[in-house]
Design a protein around this ligand. Structure first.
Ligand SMILES: [Zn+2]
Length: 85
């Protein structure tokens, strides 16, 4: 007879559905937009313009890439003392 013992190899997605995802920052795009990855199920999400977490799709990655470039340009200009318009 099989006994129900603690199974250390629970499905990661099951752990997440019970405990919620454990997101870790993988990339800082801007001050407000970041990319995260769940350390359990490896699900990737990002912050959208409303500050909500949404799934990180290839399209979103592209948007974040552009955002990052614009952000870096702005911060570089700020460091050089030039106000951006
Ligand atoms: Zn997860």
């Amino acid at each position: 007879m099989k006994t129900l013992t603690k199974n250390p190899k629970l499905l990661p997605s099951l752990v997440c559905s019970i405990l919620g995802h454990k997101f870790e920052i993988t990339k800082k795009v801007t001050y407000y937009v970041k990319e995260y990855k769940c350390s359990h199920c490896k699900k990737q999400v990002t912050t959208n313009s409303n500050g909500n977490l949404i799934q990180l799709t290839p399209k979103r990655k592209e948007i974040n890439y552009i955002l990052e470039r614009v952000h870096k340009k702005k911060t570089k200009q700020l460091k050089e003392g030039r106000p951006y318009s």
